[in-house]
Design a protein around this ligand. Structure first.
Ligand code: BDP
Length: 861
């Protein structure tokens, strides 16, 4: 490391030390960027298309030398031997592609090492036979005699099918690193984990790592037609050149017509590598409001080609289906009438068995079907008088002989069931789970049925309590469904890192009890999902994914972090969101401490800030119905339970939905400890207050403020955080490649404006009911002294404040006094005369991170 490099490093260390240390935070965040900043880690035009699989040379020369000394060769014995199934005879990449197809999983591992080590070490690392010194050896006891020799079988047994170990070994004077597993796929997982270490500049000596996923099925649900914020048309979800914005092309037209599957595009393989790097092992390729096109013979051929390309990476395919697909004319003459959709009938089951067989003939490892039935207008068994158990089991019976599964979604809310939408799913599914069976067992759902349940009881809101189904469905396999695509969390405009949201739900205590009525020892939502709470043998986690055909594949550079975090949590839900964020920053932006800490800090507060300026204190679903992006608390739709007013229940008494025992009594669906906690307005966590209670405007809150003031305070704080985000990002300019810097900067500007609109729209609407003035004692409120006069009471939501001055009075601000002494103030500019404008910056800290506001004062006579 050169001495100027060292200076750089220590300066960054000092600066980053300031982050997170009380009042100093603000200073470090808006101080000017270092004058002689070092080069960003990536080329200036880099578009983000490698996701976190970026292998730029290690910049730290000392570290680079150590890596080069330790990693001299790649040994993957018999890499080409275990060819995966290929259906499509002439499977090929589009002309001009840069990625390439592989035929085995070990080839994928080998090629990733060649690419990764070659890139990171800045010179090729050769692939060798035999056992050269300083080798990275990858394989299984079946594929590799060397691995068999180096790793005792008893060390591999606990890894199961998906776990891997990474070990430094010295044998016969040879130093090596062995990445071993019992399956080729797990060896590939280990390979990615090893590369991740080097990307994050961690040591590669004396390694003794093993890792086993906690959940068996780690899937994406890819919604090609809905809530896709990652298309290459930046104006929205759409595509360009005949593509629709989705990652997979099935029906592109015009300029892209020649690129439809079975042609394989680079981005499919980038996605496949990215999924494998996280251990994601399946993808349902179409939206849950399913188009039966995906079951037609022509589509199945295309799907088979896609499956062929993804198979070496261990990513299996599933399809979402429409329950009434058998009535679809596209299958004529093999169609059923509506009356024949009886889930117990042989006709119905045989129809699905035929479809599943066609799929399996082309895709031998096809996983099964995802089903949204009797939900939001989708057909289902209830149309014929059957329940969800009948429907799910009918389909399950049709595919069970083929080894497939049914993922039946619990996102149902039939208004006839109960007035409170949140109660409906459990009222429908709970009794089926509890039903005594003729054979003496309990629960009617078949073994190859997974109930797929959203994390919260409503619909992917920025904050929800955990769905009461977790823990309550003792007798049924249950998958948790998280939304990675940011439908309600800022879409492709707002920077919102969802790691903290998922960590919060996975680590929520269900207070579930066992048959003896005692609290279970392991009872977090994560334990329910990983099967350890209630002994479920099969387990699954599903992320509604955000891949699109934008250059960076996710629309917002920071949306990549959500896919990354989902994958890491799917593998190990006990990881913490901050650690995942830091890893991602190292892989995606830079290893410099200053950058890592600043970006991780930006990410960590971003979700809480979004809750704060969108739906603070538990007021849910205030999104305008047209796009679920902006606010519309006044909206009243034909369907009651789609309407913001149904959720906010604003009136002159207060705000929020009473689900306590004297209200809808939704709380009773939770286990007793939670039911009592949520049911009492004095014990419910304040961040869920309005989920469970209609809160009087003057209720005293824990801060001492009344509810109305606290509400407004929260909206202000959230917006102030976004203002801080912009400043924090600006300070990173010298360290971040130019194109991505500019793209994020532009998004943050829109983000700040839109956050302000959420605050203003909602506060303005609530005010009609509270009848109270907007409080001016926000978190960054201040007074200024001008010409000996002290002036205060500024509305933090206003763009500027106009201050009339007496004739001859100077507009000079001589003093700024923050209401909170911990807030730091700085006069950024004084007015040169009258009329004239001055700007004062206030910076402080909220419970979720730094906050900032630039007060603009217009002086007039
Ligand atoms: C809602 C989405 C809608 C989905 C639905 C679902 O707005 O596009 O179809 O969830 O999960 O949030 O079925």
């Amino acid at each position: 490391m050169s001495s100027s490099d060292e200076n750089e490093q220590s300066r960054f260390r000092r600066r980053s030390f300031l982050i997170g240390s009380g009042a100093a935070v603000a200073t470090s965040m808006f101080s000017a960027a270092p004058a002689h900043a070092s080069a960003p880690a990536f080329p200036s035009g880099y578009d983000g298309s490698d996701l976190w699989l970026r292998y730029e040379p290690v910049a730290d020369s000392g570290l680079l030398a150590r890596y080069r000394a330790a990693l001299g060769a790649i040994v993957v014995e018999n890499a080409g031997a275990a060819k995966v199934h290929r259906h499509t005879a002439n499977l090929s990449m589009a002309p001009g592609s840069t990625e390439h197809l592989v035929e085995t999983t070990l080839e994928a591992a080998r090629d990733e090492l060649v690419r990764g080590l070659g890139g990171l070490l800045g010179r090729p690392v050769p692939v060798r036979d035999g056992f050269p010194d300083r080798a990275v050896v990858v394989g299984t006891p079946d594929s590799s005699p060397l691995v068999r020799r180096l790793v005792p079988a008893r060390d591999l047994a606990p890894l199961g099918r998906d776990g891997y170990l990474i070990r430094s070994l010295t044998r016969g004077g040879h130093r090596s690193i062995v990445i071993a597993a019992t399956t080729d796929l797990a060896a590939l997982y280990g390979t990615f984990a090893f590369l991740r270490r080097i990307q994050a500049q961690q040591p590669v000596s004396e390694l003794d790592i093993s890792s086993v996923p906690r959940i068996n099925h780690r899937y994406l649900n890819y919604w090609e037609t809905e809530r896709l914020y990652a298309g290459n048309n930046p104006a929205g979800t759409g595509g360009l050149n005949g593509e629709n914005g989705a990652i997979f092309d099935f029906t592109a037209t015009g300029a892209s017509a020649a690129l439809n599957l079975p042609v394989i595009l680079d981005r499919y393989l980038v996605a496949a590598r990215a999924m494998a790097s996280l251990g994601i092992n399946g993808i349902t390729i179409n939206n849950v409001n399913a188009n039966s096109f995906y079951l037609t013979p022509a589509a199945i051929e295309q799907e088979a080609a896609l499956a062929d390309a993804l198979r070496p990476y261990g990513v299996r395919l599933a399809v979402s289906i429409n329950y009434a697909a058998p009535t679809d004319a596209r299958f004529a003459p093999d169609t059923l009438t509506r009356e024949e959709l009886d889930p117990y009938s042989a006709k119905f089951r045989d129809w699905w068995t035929r479809r599943a067989r066609q799929l399996q003939a082309a895709i031998p490892d096809f996983m099964g079907f995802t089903v949204k039935a009797n939900s939001e207008g989708q057909p289902g068994p209830q149309d014929l008088g059957y329940d969800h158990g009948d429907g799910a089991n009918g389909m399950a019976a049709a595919v069970a002989p083929l080894g497939m599964r049914i993922f039946w979604r619990t996102f149902v809310y039939n208004a006839d069931v109960d007035a409170d939408r949140l109660k409906r799913a459990y009222l429908e599914f709970g009794p089926i789970d509890e039903e005594p069976q003729p054979d003496g067992t309990t629960g009617r759902f078949a073994e190859n049925v997974f109930l797929q349940t959203k994390n919260g009881p409503l619909d992917y809101q920025p904050r929800e309590p955990a769905n009461p189904l977790f823990g309550r469905m003792e007798h049924t396999n249950q998958a948790i469904e998280l939304q990675v695509t940011q439908e309600y969390t800022g879409q492709n405009t707002m920077l919102c890192y969802l790691g903290p949201l998922w960590e919060e739900v996975l680590k929520s205590d269900t207070y579930a009890t066992g048959p003896d009525g005692r609290l279970l020892a392991r009872r977090l939502v994560g334990h329910v999902v990983d099967g350890s709470a209630q002994g479920h043998p099969d387990t699954a986690i599903v992320g509604v994914a955000n891949f699109g055909n934008a250059d960076n594949l996710t629309g917002h550079h920071f949306a990549q972090a959500n896919l990354y975090a989902f994958g890491r949590l799917a593998w190990d839900w006990t990881l913490d969101a901050r650690g995942i964020a830091e890893d991602w920053v190292r892989l995606t932006w830079s290893n410099r401490d200053f950058v890592v800490r600043t970006i991780a800090a930006m990410m960590m507060g971003s979700r809480e800030a979004l809750v704060s300026y969108q739906t603070p204190l538990g007021v849910a679903h205030q999104f305008r119905s047209s796009d679920h992006y902006g606010p519309n608390p006044a909206e009243r739709l034909a369907r009651d339970d789609w309407s913001p007013v149904y959720y906010n229940k604003a009136d002159t008494a207060g705000l929020g939905y009473d689900r306590s025992p004297t209200g809808s009594n939704f709380v009773a669906q939770y286990f007793p400890v939670l039911a009592a906690r949520y049911g009492d307005i004095d014990t419910v966590p304040e961040n869920l207050l309005m989920w469970f209670h209609h809160v009087p405007w003057d209720r005293k809150m824990r801060t001492g403020r009344i509810f109305w003031d606290e509400l407004v305070y929260r909206y202000q704080t959230g917006v102030h955080y976004v203002s801080w985000l912009r400043q924090a990002w600006d300070a990173l300019e010298p360290h971040v490649d130019a194109r991505r810097f500019a793209e994020v900067k532009a998004k943050l500007a829109a983000h700040e404006a839109d956050a302000g609109s959420w605050r203003d729209t909602c506060v303005g609407y609530w005010r009609q009911f509270s009848g109270r003035a907007i409080p001016t004692d926000g978190p960054l409120s201040l007074r200024i002294v001008v010409g000996g006069r002290t002036i205060g009471g500024f509305d933090a939501g206003a763009a500027s404040a106009t201050i009339p001055l007496a004739a001859g009075a100077s507009p000079r601000i001589t003093k700024v006094v923050p209401a909170d002494p911990a807030v730091r103030c700085e006069v950024l500019s004084q007015a040169a005369g009258v009329p004239g404008r001055a700007v004062v910056r206030a910076t402080g800290k909220s419970s979720f991170g730094p906050i900032l506001k630039d007060y603009v004062f217009d002086f007039t006579r």
